[in-house]
Design a protein around this ligand. Structure first.
Ligand code: GUN
Ligand code: FE
Length: 491
């Protein structure tokens, strides 16, 4: 098994660093040097510094010999940004991206999703799919992913092995579902779901004993496909192990009706999970579109978090999650691609869609059609409140990095450039349009393929980041590191 032992070198990164200071504020650190030790930890962030000064003063302060340090310097149009956190992604659905027709959640699951996931019990197919999924998401700057695999333990273990060897930080969940799936893709009993979950945890412990890079995550698919017995056993396992949990909640109106029918004794959808011990501070709830006030208050009280998946919510017409409302309640929110409910493996795409969906909320009733649980009436909200629904560039980039880190329990460890944090980062490069000689075309710096983002030189740093958010793609993600290890490079 290949190990992720970090880069095993001392490294210094030189240039401009952009990261979130708080929800609505990005910090721009120019002429800065960030030093990363061989374990992948940031050991110095020095302002007003360059490569030369670092060699003369900073390395000595750290007791480093300049000859041992690998130095990376930003070029014009480039900056370092924290790696993205995908708080909700189904690795096993990667082959289906873009294929959803006009389906909605429940028919989408039966038509596209369950057959694809079941087919990954073939390990050769799983290897192809998972390898491509990890490489593709790394290429889009995703340094941490909270993955759903499938119900197959060997196939889930393979996903964990591949994340470790390719160097992506990951939470890997073996999916539990013991009802309402096709007969060929179901756990046989609650006991079987639990013992398979434990086998998956054991495997991850055997390859990464301290969960430095890969962590198991308890994964009841969602309430409609799990019996209360299975969910209660998983809740007990969570209490015993302290492991994180991921599931779906309140994504689709028909799903909510189904939950009401299946769990008549629970107060509401969030109550079902709470009754099973699954609403914990380590729980990631995906979607959370149609929650009632009571449910949001319960989630706040339990400290559970939300993965906002605007691409998926739009593609399979689930609704518009009220991110501002969730944040106002004190609920931690991150972004998820929810591939392949979402058609894109890119968190940058999720971030720009989060911007757009928030504007749709502002243009509509402000609640995305979500009905009040008691009356089933859509409550009108004030024009002011609708305006507040809009998310800024700064806010969605916070959700993509620091916000996501808090959702997956890695707050203070990844998501920013501070001493003590790990170097999970991406080098972003934007096109710089050169002078045009008369009668000649426009050439970009060094002829690299810079994608759709053109800088003309007058843009402020805020403008540059906004241009990247709305027109950037993986061509702008030049290099990616996890725990100091280079895991993707286009240059
Ligand atoms: N609810 C239960 N399973 C799934 C899934 O695979 N994707 C989405 N988007 N919602 C779900
Ligand atoms: Fe999902």
């Amino acid at each position: 098994m290949a190990s992720n032992s970090g880069n095993a070198k001392k490294q210094a990164f030189v240039g401009t660093f952009v990261h979130s200071k708080k929800l609505d504020e990005l910090e721009y650190l120019h002429d800065t040097v960030v030093c990363v030790d061989p374990s992948g930890k940031i050991v110095a962030v020095e302002r007003e510094c360059d490569a030369k000064k670092a060699e003369q003063i900073l390395f000595a302060k750290l007791g480093w010999d300049a000859a041992d340090v690998q130095v990376h310097v930003c070029k014009e149009g480039q900056f370092f940004f924290p790696g993205f956190i995908d708080t909700h992604i189904h690795a096993s659905q990667y082959p289906n991206v873009g294929i959803f027709g006009k389906s909605t959640l429940l028919d989408w699951l039966n038509t596209y999703t369950f057959p694809m996931e079941a087919s990954l019990s073939s390990l050769s197919k799983a290897r192809r799919v998972y390898t491509r999924c990890i490489r593709r998401t790394l290429a889009h700057g995703t340094t941490t992913a909270a993955y759903y695999a499938t119900i197959s333990v060997p196939s889930t273990s393979l996903l964990a092995d591949l994340c470790l060897s390719l160097g992506q930080r990951a939470f890997v969940g073996r999916v539990c579902m013991d009802r309402l799936g096709p007969s060929y893709y179901l756990d046989e009993s609650p006991e079987a779901a639990l013992s398979a979950t434990k086998a998956s945890i054991e495997h991850i412990r055997s390859i990464d004993p301290n969960y430095d890079l890969i962590t198991p995550i308890l994964t009841p698919r969602f309430a409609p496909s799990c019996t209360a017995d299975t969910m209660k056993r998983l809740g007990a396992l969570q209490a015993e192990t302290g492991l994180p949990v991921q599931t779906h909640i309140s994504e689709n109106v028909n799903e909510i009706t189904l939950v009401r029918d299946l769990f008549p004794d629970s107060e509401h959808y969030a109550g079902v999970y709470d009754d099973c011990g699954l609403l914990t501070p380590k729980t990631i709830l995906s979607h959370a579109i149609h929650l009632s006030e009571d449910e949001a208050e319960l989630i706040t009280a339990r400290g559970s978090k939300v993965a906002h998946c605007p691409c998926s919510n739009s593609a399979i017409t689930s609704g518009e999650a009220r991110v501002r409302w969730l944040l106002d309640k004190g609920i931690g929110v991150g972004l998820g691609t929810d591939m392949s409910g979402g058609y894109s493996p890119s968190i940058l795409e999720a971030a720009r869609l989060a911007c757009l969906v928030s504007r749709h909320l502002a243009m509509g009733d402000g609640k995305g059609g979500a009905a009040d649980a008691a009356t089933m009436m859509v409550q009108q909200v004030s024009a002011e409140e609708r305006e507040r629904a809009k998310l800024s560039v700064e806010e969605v980039l916070y959700l993509a990095t620091k916000g996501g880190a808090a959702v997956v329990g890695l707050e203070g460890k990844v998501g920013g450039f501070e001493v003590g944090m790990e170097w999970d980062a991406q080098l972003v490069g934007l096109g710089v349009v050169g002078e045009v000689a008369e009668g000649k075309g426009v050439d970009q710096v060094e002829g690299e393929d810079e994608g759709n983002v053109d800088l003309f030189g007058w843009e402020s740093w805020e403008d540059r980041v906004a241009k990247w958010l709305f027109n950037g793609d993986d061509r702008n993600t030049k290099r990616v590191w996890v725990r100091g290890r280079l895991v993707h490079s286009r240059v």
